[in-house]
Ligand binder design. Structure first.
Ligand code: NI
Length: 135
């Protein structure tokens, strides 16, 4: 009997979407305002959903205190109030699109979960634009 438990989290971060090997015209055409050379911020919201069997002893899929701490250490401490392009090593050579950010978040959290648990991450870049990755 598989159950999914979810926790919502939040971080503010700046980014710029561009490719060094493209002209300014092409970067503006593809990335629009997100190519602003001076960066801009988003209020990112994420939902981490963990699916697994209910432990017969505890009645938990996983201890939510543990999930909360993993999200804090791996995501909030690493990304909150950071410039993703400049401050976060994963994005030194990777465009920090919502798609790429959600994959990085998934990989960081998944590595800290017990291996029998499945993970899905939904990342909101704006209230209306969001992406989902589950491996
Ligand atoms: Ni943006």
């Amino acid at each position: 009997m598989k159950v999914t438990v979810s926790r919502r989290a939040h971080f503010n971060a700046a980014h710029r979407l561009y490719r060094k090997d493209w002209s300014e015209t092409k970067n503006n055409a593809v990335f629009g305002k997100c190519n602003n050379p001076n960066y801009h911020g988003h209020n990112y919201e994420l939902i981490a959903s963990v699916t697994g069997n209910i432990d017969q002893e505890t009645g938990y899929v996983m201890d939510m205190k543990v999930l909360k701490q993993i999200i804090k250490t791996e995501i909030e401490d690493a990304f909150d109030h950071k410039n993703l392009n400049l401050d976060v090593p994963e994005f030194k050579t990777l465009n920090p699109t919502a798609e790429n950010i959600v994959v990085i978040i998934y990989n960081k959290i998944k590595a800290k979960l017990e291996s029998h648990l499945d993970l899905e991450i939904t990342l909101y870049e704006t209230p209306r634009n969001f992406v989902t990755y589950s491996g």
